[in-house]
Design a protein. Structure first.
Length: 318
């Protein structure tokens, strides 16, 4: 689905150009779930779309009782999945602000994930939701061969997800996050895991962008020439590889992968490859994500700066 032309303003909604999902989000805010049922039911054979839609729906439903009401009235795989997503979102949010309700909310979330997985054993999404909470406990399964740092982590849970969908995008990102410094890991370990995971993937896979995600996560503005890191050969090569092999696949995807495109555009701009970055930003159309731009300042200003560097228009007002 083409992102469409830039018409003068950024669109920050995570539904991007998934029109069905955008409409569902409106219904969820109004307390209606019938469209959510339909939108999730049609994704049973598309794990990536199911993960994306359920995650965005949960962000809209987390502050209401819609998921609980839907599950109580219509217990089914779709309602159980949304409830699991909502419960996990609430648990993570409570843990991140050290809310005293974090532990009971986590127990509720784990139970919700188990219920959703039991209702649809072939669906990896409930297991991915559970994987999102793995960073709270520093699970210590031994790492497989091939990693220089051999970091322990939630490898068994990750392996189960991969048994259901070997290239699940969100699962890889959730797993990598367990090794970020802010969750008890280290810069070197995160780079090692990102390289290990990306090298397993096909050349035209979005998972080849994982090292760029780890690089943004490790950004330290206090270091000398911190913004010049992306000019180093290994990072520039990673970005150019994704540009050459993955970007051509974007037009055939069911929705514009805004976040992945943003990481790629950002890396190309900082790597001094404005010509390639222009094509990536054009593929994004008007759609925008806070990451990775917010790591470097105000996301609107950072995205606009990147677009200007590539000779592209920016909003006249922000």
């Amino acid at each position: 689905m083409a992102a469409g032309l830039f018409e003068g303003q950024y669109v920050w909604h995570p539904a991007a150009d998934d029109r069905v999902l955008a409409s569902v989000c409106v219904d969820i805010r109004a307390g209606r779930w019938a469209s959510a049922r339909a939108a999730l039911s049609e994704t049973r054979d598309d794990c990536a779309l199911r993960a994306h839609r359920s995650l965005v729906m949960a962000s809209e439903a987390a502050d209401s009782d819609l998921a609980e009401r839907w599950l109580a009235e219509e217990p089914a795989p779709e309602s159980a999945l949304l409830w699991a997503r909502v419960a996990v979102r609430r648990a993570l949010r409570a843990a991140d602000v050290r809310d005293r309700r974090a532990e009971p909310l986590e127990r509720i979330a784990l139970s919700a994930c188990d219920r959703a997985a039991a209702m649809d054993p072939a669906d990896p999404t409930p297991w991915v939701a559970k994987l999102a909470m793995a960073r709270l406990h520093r699970l210590r399964d031994p790492a497989p061969p091939g990693l220089l740092t051999a970091p322990p982590g939630p490898w068994r849970l990750f392996a189960h997800v991969l048994s259901l969908d070997p290239w699940h995008r969100e699962a890889h990102h959730r797993f990598l996050a367990c090794f970020f410094t802010r969750y008890g890991g280290s810069v070197n370990v995160a780079w090692d895991v990102a390289a290990f995971l990306s090298q397993r993937a096909h050349a035209d896979s979005a998972l080849r962008l994982l090292p760029l995600v780890a690089l943004v996560e490790s950004h330290d503005p206090t270091q000398l020439l911190a913004d010049r890191v992306w000019e180093q050969p290994q990072w520039r090569s990673t970005a150019l590889g994704a540009y050459q092999n993955w970007l051509p696949t974007v037009a055939g995807q069911p929705f514009t992968p805004v976040l992945d495109l943003a990481y790629l555009a950002h890396a190309l701009v900082l790597g001094g490859r404005e010509f390639e970055a222009r094509a990536v930003l054009t593929a994004m159309g008007p759609y925008a994500s806070r990451m990775p731009w917010c790591v470097f300042g105000d996301p609107v200003e950072q995205l606009s700066r990147a677009r200007r560097a590539c000779g592209l228009p920016v909003p006249t007002t922000t």
